[in-house]
Design a protein around this ligand. Structure first.
Ligand code: OSB
Ligand code: MG
Length: 382
């Protein structure tokens, strides 16, 4: 087994691969049903994709930014702008990834844009070396546990029906979205039906510290954690809230970097981390955060951004690395899409696990006819 820090040191020494072309492609892939969180509803996956071509090899990166700034400040359009204007000029093929990563620091924030470019370059590196992304990251697992994130529902009964389907399918852990006025009744209904499942709630920042007493009523339901109860940009008030709750707090949207993770953990603002590689600037920063979490004894799991198969595969490979101690938000392709742009789709085995894709790089291939069908914009940048 390779520790995240050992894998990081090796990856930092690898040379950024050369490429002939770089394309930005925006796709809109319909969802089977709309997905709602406390701050937004999406009826399709709009994603910015970055393609690198090098000889016969093609590599991809998927940006996790939404078309709107309702989950995080970046958007598909802002990410495309930052990539073109500020990030691509920093790429010098042949330079070590460690140096590339340092250069990116001059551009403040914009971690989703950075992850998009870094993901594509690392996918290209792995494909050229004929190794899988997981291997490059020092991962050893061949399968990972599944988890599902259920959006806000019309009624507690409707939510229970959704949970029944997820449990029957074999998901290892169920996350439900909550918001003010759609919380205790919903959690109670699910707990009464399923007293023993691994269950958690995600508020996407809908509450304030004034709701502390209300939130402490979540404690009776033995939730694994409550995710991002307070503001998308806060650590401090989460630390005050954590002192009043027995349920562990997990932070999601307030963590954009290693520094954020360090501050949040040091303050006691979270006992668990949702690590979304696409939100923290990519895979190198994810390895740094994993190392911190292991040494701080903070459990980590991989979040998702309802990605297409490109980003979904990256999240799966990352979860083969040590430090991911809890099931994440990695679900089957068919949980979101009738049709995705890559093959093979993500499916659950009879035990609710997901096989890590085989083959070089992310191990999935983009099906060009489907890509074209869902493309709404494309631009050759290099
Ligand atoms: O808060 O984790 C979140 C999706 C979009 C934006 C924010 C979140 C989510 C999810 C879905 O919960 C996770 C997934 O299935 O990929
Ligand atoms: Mg979340």
């Amino acid at each position: 087994m390779t520790s995240p820090s050992t894998a990081l040191a090796a990856l930092e020494k690898e040379a950024v691969p050369p490429f002939e072309h770089l394309d930005l492609v925006t796709v809109r892939i319909p969802f089977i049903t709309p997905f709602s969180i406390s701050s937004a509803t999406w009826d399709c996956k709009e994603a910015l994709l970055l393609r690198l071509s090098s000889g016969t090899v093609t590599a991809w990166g998927e940006c996790v930014a939404d078309p709107d700034p309702y989950y995080a400040p970046e958007t598909t359009v802002s990410a495309a702008h930052v990539i073109k204007r500020f990030l691509i000029p920093l790429v010098e093929p042949g330079m070590p990834f460690g140096e590339f990563s340092l250069r990116l620091k001059r551009v403040r924030g914009n971690s989703m844009a950075k992850a998009t470019l870094e993901n594509a370059l690392i996918d290209l590196l792995a494909r050229r070396q004929q190794v899988s992304l997981g291997t490059l990251l020092g991962g050893s697992r061949t399968k990972i546990p599944s988890g599902i994130s259920l959006g806000l529902q019309e009624s507690p009964n409707q939510l229970v029906r959704e949970v029944e389907t997820a449990v029957a399918r074999g998901y290892h852990r169920v996350k439900i979205k909550v918001k003010k006025g759609k919380d205790l009744e919903y959690i109670r209904a699910v707990r009464e039906r399923f007293p023993g499942i691994q269950l958690m709630a995600d508020a996407n920042g809908d509450y304030t510290l004034e709701d502390a007493r209300h939130l402490s009523r979540f404690d009776e339901f033995s939730l694994m954690m409550i995710e991002q109860p307070l503001s998308y940009s806060d650590f401090y008030e989460h630390s005050l809230l954590q002192a009043k709750l027995t349920t562990p707090i997990c932070l999601d949207e307030s963590i954009h970097s290693l520094e954020d993770a360090r501050s949040a953990i040091a303050l006691g603002g979270c006992r668990i981390l949702n690590l979304k590689q696409g939100r923290v600037g990519g895979l190198l920063e994810s390895l740094r955060i994993l190392e911190l979490a292991i040494s701080s004894r903070v459990p980590v799991w991989s979040g998702g951004m309802d990605e297409s198969g490109i980003g979904r595969a990256v999240n799966i490979h990352l979860q083969t690395v040590d430090g991911f101690t809890l099931p994440g938000d990695t679900s089957e392709t068919s949980r979101y899409f009738h049709e995705d742009i890559v093959d093979p789709p993500v499916v659950l085995d009879p035990d609710g696990y997901i096989d890590v894709p085989h083959g070089p790089g992310s191990g999935v291939s983009v099906v060009l006819s489907r890509l074209e069908k869902y493309t709404v914009e494309k631009e050759r940048v290099v």
